[in-house]
Design a protein around this ligand. Structure first.
Ligand code: NCD
Ligand code: ZN
Length: 349
């Protein structure tokens, strides 16, 4: 079966600054191996992408190493209005962190409305905003009319509030991650730190609610957030799990179990991301999958530099056979064929 090259609007490729975890070559290789030909990278680098200079530096690094199409988001701690204006033409949106997660990138909720007013763009503001802060976010959206995308919605109480806001006509979209769709709190017993991420895994009731409302959720975003095995095994494990290699096989497996349709998958991993973030489509990028092939996820076959997955040992049905990027075969039978830098930075200088 041939499908369009998928779009992942939420990845952390760690480059520059933490390339021991991932870099633009390994991260975009993981994307290709997982059937994604476009990724949009988050700004919580070691030195957060809050200035034009840092964004330019990141784009230049990406140009040398990426093997798929890549774009970026700007970041803010509420103190960079001029830099946001300078960065705006080169990004797909502004990402703000309102709950604790990896990197010291938390903004004071009192500053939120201010930052909304700095962002003069039509491009969406992406928010890491969990249950406690959602009412504040939605009231600012109501007041300002600014478009927001709520990232990695994981709890019943969050999704129900968001769906209500959507019904009221607020300009809100939302995404869910494969780990919140396929894992729950009880998996932490087996996986320990390898199942710790933000937002944390939900209970069964949360997971069931996400699946029940899958037709109303706009996008599936991997939130690919690699950390090394050593870091995860340490006494202070960082939050985040890798997911670029594994998202599509997990979703194809859900299709084989009739929990999802191919039409819905393509809406959530291609059509909606394209429309919400205004991502140009490369008609010469597509993916060949064998929806009948079964295999077991193993660490050694992963392209991500961190070489582990919370889904290790899972039997999946549906395999990425070949990926064509802009007319060139870049992945075939498990091998990355593209050279570093052959991918395209979508918005660049
Ligand atoms: C992400 C990371 O490691 O950068 N961690 C995570 O647990 N999801 C940050 C984030 O998206 O919140
Ligand atoms: Zn994230």
């Amino acid at each position: 079966m041939i499908i369009p090259g998928l779009i992942d609007v939420h990845v952390h490729l760690r480059d520059p600054g933490q390339t021991h975890k991932e870099d633009f070559f390994t991260g975009t290789s993981a994307a290709l191996a997982g059937g994604f030909t476009t990724v949009i990278d988050m700004p919580n680098n070691k030195e957060p992408i809050t200035t034009f200079e840092r964004l330019r530096n990141k784009i230049n690094e990406a140009k040398k190493k990426t093997v798929c199409h890549i774009g970026f988001y700007a970041g803010s701690l509420g103190d960079n209005p001029e830099e946001l204006i300078k960065m705006e033409p080169y990004v797909f949106g502004l990402k703000l962190y309102l709950n604790k997660t990896t990197g010291n990138f938390l903004i004071d909720k009192k500053r939120l409305e201010n930052i909304f007013s700095f962002w003069k763009s039509e491009k969406p503001i992406l928010l890491h905003g969990e249950e406690d802060i959602l009412p504040d976010i939605l009231s600012i959206v109501k007041k300002t009319g600014k478009r927001v995308h709520i990232c990695h919605v994981s709890k019943k109480n969050e999704l129900s509030v968001i769906l209500k806001a959507k019904k009221e006509g607020l300009p809100v979209t939302c995404g869910v991650t494969p780990h919140h769709l396929f894992l729950t709190l009880s998996d932490i017993k087996m996986l320990g730190a390898f199942a710790l991420m933000k937002p944390e895994l939900g209970a069964n009731i949360d997971q069931n609610y996400l699946w029940k409302h899958i037709s109303e959720i706009d996008v599936i975003e991997s939130d690919h957030a690699p950390h090394t095995v050593e870091e995860k095994n340490s006494s202070t494990p960082p939050f985040g799990v890798p997911n670029l290699d594994t998202t599509l096989p997990l979703l194809l497996t859900a299709i084989s179990q009739k929990r999802l349709t191919m039409k819905r998958l393509l809406e959530m991993c291609f059509e909606n991301p394209r429309r919400i973030f205004n991502i140009p489509v490369d008609k010469k990028s597509y993916v060949e999958i064998d929806e009948m092939q079964e295999y077991t996820i193993t660490n050694s076959r992963l392209e991500t530099k961190c070489k582990w997955s919370p889904f290790k040992g899972w039997k999946v049905k549906g395999k990425v056979k070949k990926v064509i990027l802009h007319g060139e075969t870049v992945f075939e039978n498990g091998d990355i064929l593209a050279l570093p830098g052959s991918g395209r930075v979508i918005k660049h200088f």
